[in-house]
Structures are given as C-alpha cells and as structure tokens.
Ligand binder design. Structure first.
Ligand SMILES: Cc1cc2nc3c(=O)[nH]c(=O)nc-3n(C[C@H](O)[C@H](O)[C@H](O)COP(=O)(O)OP(=O)(O)OC[C@H]3O[C@@H](n4cnc5c(N)ncnc54)[C@H](O)[C@@H]3O)c2cc1C
Length: 484
C-alpha cells in the first residue's frame, strides 16, 4: 500500500485537520531540537484519541510503513526525527487531563499534556509533579516518558521513571495494552519500566498515570560564585560528603553565565568563573539547619560571593536564569550543540579541563551548564554553520566529549536520550552481547521493526559510517568484525 492509499484510509479515521500532507506544512515536523538532522516525513497524522492512534498504527503495520511518535519536538537527540517514507504520529492534540485523585496523589493524563501543565493543574491542592526538565513549559509528558527525562530536582527526587505508575500504550501492531498499575509495585515483569526511556522504539504512549508529591513546607536557595568550575566542584563534594541531599545542585561556567545574564538579567555575577545554584527543601525544622550548614560549606570552599534568595520571586528569577541557559546560547553564537553526558562527580575538574583543551584544539568555544549534584554534564558546543567545516568540527567535538565521559567511567547520556545523535556511540558503552539483548527486547515488542526505526541502535551495525555508498569499516578491513 502506498502512502496515498494510507492517507485516504486514515482520512476517514482522523477527520478534518487530522492529516498534514502539504510539503510546506510537513517542513514544520522535519526535525526536533537536534536541528542539524532533518528528514521530511511522507505523512503527518494528528490523532486525538487512543483509538485513532491504534487505527493509524494498525494501518502502518498492515502496509509495512514505518512510523515515529512525536510529542512537542523538544528532544535533543533526534529521537523524533521522521522516516522519509514513513508516518509521523504527533500526539500534541491529545492533551486532556483525564482524572485527578488528590487523596491518593495520582493523576491520569493524555501524552500531549505538557510537564508544567501537570503541576499547574494540582497546585491549588498543594501538590506537584517532581521531574522538571528545563523545557517543562513546552515538552510533553509522553516525550518525558519516552526519554525518562530528568531535571534540576532529580538529584533528590529521581527521574520520570520514579514518578510514572502506569501507562496505556499502543503496541506496534495496533493493540492497546495497559502496563503498570495504580500502586507503586505491581506484580509481574516491570514492562512499564521497560517502556520508560525506550525513546519511542517499543510502543506509542497514549495515557500516563503520574505520581504527585506534596509541595515541601520550606524551600531555600542560594547562588555561590567561585573562581573556577573546579573550585565549585569542591563545594559540591563537600556538601554531599556532609550527608546533605539538596533538592538541586546546578553549575554554570563563566561562558554560560555571560549568556544567561544577557538573556534573563537574573543577577548572576558576570565576573565569576562558575556559579553554583543550591536548593534545599523539606520540613522547616530540617531545611533551615541544613541550609545554614550548606551556606557554611560553600563559604569554606572559597566562594567569592553568596547570594541567598530572599523571596519566592527572587528564587524564581534564579531558576529562570538557569533554565534559560540553553536558549540563551543564541546570545553568544548563531549555532550550538547541546551535549549530554554523565561522569562520576569526583572527576568533574579533570573532565572540564579536558573539555577545555579539546575545545581549544578544535578552535571552538564550549559553555558548560549542568546538574553538578549527579554529574550530568551539558557541554554546549558553539559554532557557526555558515563558516565552512565548522558544523562538522563541532559535531566531532560533541561526540568526542561524550566519549570522554565514558572513558571517565560515565555515560553517553544522562537524560536527553540516544536517538539518532548518539547511536554511533552505543558500542563505546555496550558490548555486542549487551546490544543483542536490547535488540531482542525491541523485537519482542516490534518484530517488524516499524516503530521509530534507526534510533538508539547503531545502524549500520558498525558505526562511524555515514549514509551513502557502502564503504568497509576499518574493523571489517582488519577482519575483526563483519557486517550482519
Ligand atoms: C531548551 C531545552 C531544555 C531542555 N532541558 C531538559 C532537561 O532539563 N532535562 C531533560 O531530560 N530534557 C531536557 N530537554 C530535552 C527534551 O525537552 C526532553 O527530552 C523531553 O522529554 C522531550 O519531550 P517532547 O514532548 O518534546 O518529545 P519529542 O521531542 O517530540 O520526542 C522525544 C522522543 O520521545 C518519543 N515520543 C514522544 N512522544 C511519545 C509518545 N507519546 N509515545 C512514545 N514515544 C514518544 C519520540 O519518538 C522521541 O524519540 C530540553 C530541551 C530543550 C529544547
């Protein structure tokens, strides 16, 4: 069945406004937040119900047409990159809040509801949804589930997987199934846990049951300035070693502070080598003494200035500055890559020094904004796509940075996913056997390989290869590996 036949069949299912086929309109969907990778899909569908998603997927399955789920398109690893011959299933019209159970602190929502809308809907009850990606006013809960998204407060509260109780999903053959349940530890295999973080490669999420937390009684926030990220890193180690678990510990280096201040005027010191944002929350009786201890530890570690938020408005301003950090890079550079890697916290100084040396060698600037408490780096590689060869140099540098994280005992991604961007780096972390086990899980869900193909796993198997005519990989030439 061709895409035209598929379109005619789906028109009856989706109704007016449910299908996008105009080339100019399709361009809207050709990339996510990884804007250097672009593919125009053959067809975009905008379902409004689970039944419609199921009908679309059934039709794709019958026609052997690949399909890709998309939420708000803020992903930074190319996970929602369409297939040229495929259907892009955009969930942004499924944005109803289906139920709120205040007494049991649960809420059921459709996948297109944004992260921030969940907390806003229950704020009057003193409740909120804890994972807080900086993109939270735009990104969808379906995308958060697919990426197992994190945020500044995940140091204390955990990631999306810790806050999702149940999922309704449409399997790659169109079947609708429920995974998990209303209680925290349901029976059987944790298939909910398998789907969380699977980057849209196993199923399409059509309903999410989230866990809500009670807002903390007290919240205290400070910004401590240091001459260098290494000195700020020492403060982080001292805080954690003292047994304090802050709600958030974020770091911005000098370049990142320049961009944030230019964009938000949040009051960060532009002459600081690094700024540490530390937030504590909890019962008043616990929060106050711990905050005093943290203040003392920050000063002892050599802070050149400490600013304590004196009001909710000031705290919001500090966070507005931090959360705008990625977008603020536009003040410094026409283009930038947002990188995402994890390192053991103790290697922070060494890794940042290496990144600076690699950036100097590549002739590029790198700003660093990151979740310092859990070693989740976000190096921002600045470049100018209009300058010949700079995009390629920037991409190589971004890849070398995550591979450096692996060398230091870390990971190629903390929260932004593998997607298209980092599939090539998967063999740096996982053996062939590890990848084969993951593939077996994938094929158990999706035997035909139609659900978001080409993501997460290196394709072709031997990476470092570019699309185009076949060229043998160096390992094949050496007889060490063969193409499967
Ligand atoms: C400025 C900025 C700041 C960011 N800050 C953070 C941060 O602090 N922490 C963080 O973790 N991330 C962050 N991100 C990355 C991004 O916002 C998250 O990955 C987010 O969860 C993506 O949600 P989305 O709705 O935009 O998903 P999309 O980009 O549309 O899709 C992302 C992936 O999820 C899949 N998917 C989407 N919806 C579904 C569904 N219903 N069912 C199955 N699969 C689906 C897609 O196929 C794709 O693989 C940031 C991005 C930007 C642009």
């Amino acid at each position: 069945m061709g895409v035209e036949t598929l379109e005619r069949r789906l028109a009856g299912v989706l109704g007016p406004g449910g299908i996008v086929r105009e080339p100019a309109q399709l361009r809207t969907y050709e990339c996510d937040g990884l804007t250097g990778h672009r593919v125009q899909p053959a067809l975009v569908v905008l379902p409004t119900t689970t039944e419609q998603v199921s009908a679309v997927v059934r039709a794709c399955s019958a026609a052997a047409v690949p399909f890709v789920a998309r939420g708000s398109g803020t992903g930074l690893s190319g996970g929602a990159l369409p297939c040229a011959d495929g259907v892009l299933v955009v969930l942004s019209r499924m944005r109803r809040i289906l139920s709120v159970d205040v007494a049991n602190q649960r809420m059921v929502v459709e996948p297109g509801v944004t992260n921030a809308e969940i907390s806003a809907a229950v704020a009057a009850h003193g409740l909120y949804y804890a994972p807080d990606p900086s993109s939270q006013i735009v990104c969808s809960i379906g995308g958060n589930v697919a990426e197992n998204s994190g945020g500044a407060h995940c140091l204390k509260y955990g990631f999306t997987t810790n806050h999702v109780l149940a999922l309704q999903v449409v399997m790659p053959d169109g079947e609708v199934v429920e995974l998990g349940g209303p209680t925290a530890d349901p029976l059987g295999y944790d298939l909910r846990g398998v789907v969380v973080g699977s980057e849209g490669t196993l199923a399409i999420v059509t309903r999410v049951t989230v866990r809500l937390l009670r807002k903390p009684q007290a919240v205290r926030t400070l910004v401590a300035d240091y001459p260098s990220p290494a000195a700020a890193g020492d403060a982080v180690s001292a805080i954690i070693a003292a047994g304090v678990v802050p709600a958030a510990v974020e770091m911005l280096d000098h370049l990142a502070i320049q961009a944030c201040e230019a964009a938000t005027h949040a009051g960060y010191s532009t002459d600081a080598g690094a700024a540490l944002v530390v937030e504590l929350d909890g019962p008043e009786a616990e929060c106050e003494p711990e905050f005093e201890a943290v203040l003392h530890l920050c000063q002892q570690a050599g802070a050149t200035r400490v600013r304590v938020a004196g009001s909710d408005a000031e705290r919001a301003l500090i966070w507005a500055g931090r959360k705008a950090a990625f977008a603020a890079m536009g003040r410094l550079s026409p283009d930038y890559f947002v990188q995402d890697g994890v390192i053991p916290r103790t290697t922070l100084g060494a890794v940042l020094d290496d990144i600076a040396a690699m950036a100097a060698e590549a002739g590029l600037r790198v700003a660093n904004v990151f979740h310092a408490g859990d070693g989740n780096l976000h190096p921002l590689v600045l470049y100018d796509a209009a300058s010949a060869g700079e995009s390629e140099r920037a991409e190589r540098l971004a890849t070398a940075i995550v591979e450096l994280c692996v060398e230091h005992g870390g990971s190629i991604t903390g929260e932004h996913g593998v997607g298209t961007d980092k599939a090539c780096s998967m063999p740096r972390m996982f053996s062939e056997e590890d990848l084969a086990v993951m593939q077996r899980i994938r094929t158990a869900f999706d035997p035909a390989g139609l659900c978001n193909p080409g993501k997460v796993f290196p394709t072709p198997r031997l990476c470092g290869e570019r699309p185009g005519p076949y060229r043998p990989h160096a390992l094949e030439v050496a007889g060490v590996a063969e193409r499967l």
